[in-house]
Design a protein around this ligand. Structure first.
Ligand SMILES: [Fe+2]
Length: 220
C-alpha cells in the first residue's frame, strides 16, 4: 500500500522535532514551538481538508529541497516526499500591492492548520517558498512565528526601516507577536518551515510592497 499523506506528514514532523532538538535547542522560540507541536492532536487521520495543488512557485521546490539536504538530511527526504502531496497556495489579499512578479514566485502550504493535513489547535505549521530576488513585504501578526531556513543567504528586516540582516541556510528566525518583518531573497530561492504558535486568528497586517531598497544593493 502506498505510504499515506498522514504517514509522510508524521515522518516530516518527527524529523522537524528531532532536528530542532539536535541543532537549535535553547534558541529563541524553539521551546515554545516544540511545546505547541507536542500539544497538537495527531489522531484525526480522515480525509485531507484540501487536495494536493501546485502553484507556479513550486518550480523552486526541487532546488530548495536539494539545498535542505545540507542542513538536515532526514528533513530534506521527508519534505521531498511530502511536498508534492500538499495544497500549495498564495493569497492575494495578504499581499495587496505585490512587487512585480511576486505572486507567481511565492507560495506556502499548511501542514498543520485549518487547511492543513492535521487541523491544529490554535497552531499552524507549514512550508514557505519564495523565488530569487523577491521581497515579502513588511507585515505583522498577532502570533509569534518561527522560521527554519533551509536555503540562503536571505535578508531579513525586523525593525521598520531598520537594516537588512543576512541569515544563512540552517538558521532560525523567531518573530515576536506584532513584530514587523520583511524577507528578501538574494540569488537563490528561500525554502523554509514556518510556525505560528498561538493567536492564529489575531490581526494580520501588510504594510505594503517594499521596493525602497534597490535589489542590486548588497544586504547585510
Ligand atoms: Fe510572518
Amino acid at each position: 500500500m502506498a505510504t499515506s499523506l498522514f504517514d509522510l506528514t508524521d515522518r516530516t514532523l518527527t524529523a522537524l522535532v528531532a532536528g530542532l532538538e539536535k541543532r537549535h535547542a535553547g534558541e529563541d522560540g524553539v521551546a515554545e514551538t516544540l511545546a505547541r507541536l507536542n500539544a497538537q492532536d495527531y489522531t484525526q487521520r480522515g480525509k485531507p481538508k484540501a487536495p494536493a495543488k501546485r502553484d507556479p512557485a513550486c518550480r523552486h521546490l526541487a532546488a530548495g529541497i536539494a539545498a535542505t539536504w545540507h542542513v538536515d538530511k532526514n528533513l530534506s527526504a521527508a519534505i521531498g516526499d511530502l511536498a508534492p502531496l500538499l495544497h500549495w497556495q498564495r493569497v492575494p489579499e495578504q499581499v495587496p500591492r505585490p512587487p512585480q512578479g511576486f505572486m507567481d514566485d511565492y507560495a506556502y502550504t499548511q501542514i498543520i492548520g485549518p487547511s492543513g493535513v492535521y487541523p491544529g489547535d490554535d497552531f499552524m505549521f507549514g512550508l514557505f517558498i519564495i523565488g530569487p530576488r523577491q521581497i515579502y513585504p513588511e507585515h505583522s501578526h498577532a502570533s509569534p512565528e518561527l522560521y527554519w531556513l533551509f536555503t540562503g543567504p536571505t535578508a531579513w528586516r525586523l525593525p521598520v526601516d531598520g537594516p537588512w540582516t543576512q541569515k544563512r541556510a540552517g538558521e532560525l528566525q523567531w518573530i515576536k507577536p506584532q513584530q514587523v518583518h520583511a524577507i528578501r531573497t538574494l540569488d537563490v530561492p528561500l525554502l523554509a518551515t514556518w510556525t505560528w504558535t498561538e493567536d492564529i486568528d489575531g490581526d494580520f497586517c501588510i504594510l505594503g510592497a517594499d521596493r525602497s531598497t534597490p535589489l542590486n544593493q548588497p544586504a547585510g
